[in-house]
Write a protein of this length. Structure first.
Lengths: 115, 111
């Protein structure tokens, strides 16, 4: 079973602080995705990282894929209340072939940013 | 552009009653389709996936079943609901890059 360990599970911070969420596995993934989900809605894709060592930036969010493609991190700079939500990492083993695009999800990080 | 529709948004059903949740995708053909269940505020568990009409793979043994009668239609069913079937159900589709696009979800409460 491929597992993605996501930490921390809960994060409560003040507006303006920085934070990092981690996603670790013993398995190699062909790609890793980060999603953000609000209560009562489906997850929304934030970014996909494919290449080992890749770094992608989305405004105040920075995503990194580990060199060995087993881990990833999400860093948020100067968090705002609008960043509040559930953040999920998900790994894909193989986009084609027999994996059929099945994703393995981490347990999620519930982020609360207080004004 | 592609869109995914899932309904109903909420559902309260008595134990032992049947279930039918429907999901349709627009704007793409031959998508891979998935049903996930999510515990409150946690990660997603894959229940079923389908790579084509009539092709269903089950990931976990359970009281639910899935069907794909048309290319862009995916249905989650049960003949008799259990209390443990309560949860948040999400339909999703993927394209080659395995990036998933989710429906709005169905909150199912079995009473």
């Amino acid at each position: 079973t491929q597992l993605l360990e996501q930490s921390p599970q809960f994060l409560s911070i003040q507006e303006g602080e920085n934070l990092t969420v981690y996603c670790n596995s013993s398995s190699v993934f062909s790609s890793l995705q980060w999603y953000r989900q609000e209560p009562g809605e489906g997850p929304v894709l934030l970014v996909t990282v494919v290449t080992g060592g890749e770094v992608k930036k989305l405004k105040r969010l920075t995503f990194q894929f580990g060199d060995a493609r087993k881990d990833s991190s999400l860093h948020i700079t100067a968090a705002q209340p609008g960043d509040t939500g559930l953040y999920l990492c998900a790994g894909a083993k193989n986009a084609g072939g027999t994996s059929y695009g099945k994703l393995t999800f981490g347990q999620g990080t519930i982020l609360t940013v207080h004004p | 552009s592609q869109t995914i529709h899932q309904w109903p948004a909420t559902l309260v059903q008595p134990v032992g009653s049947p279930l039918s949740l429907e999901c349709t995708v627009e704007g793409t053909s031959n998508p891979n389709l998935y049903w996930y269940r999510q515990a409150a505020g946690r990660g997603l568990q894959l229940l079923f996936y389908s790579v084509g009409i009539g092709q269903i793979s089950s990931e976990v043994p359970q009281n639910l079943s899935a069907s794909r009668p048309q290319d862009r239609q995916f249905i989650l069913s049960s003949k008799k609901l259990l209390l443990s079937d309560s949860g948040f159900y999400l339909c999703a589709w993927t394209r080659l890059g395995a990036e998933a696009f989710f429906g709005q979800g169905t909150r199912l409460t079995v009473v």
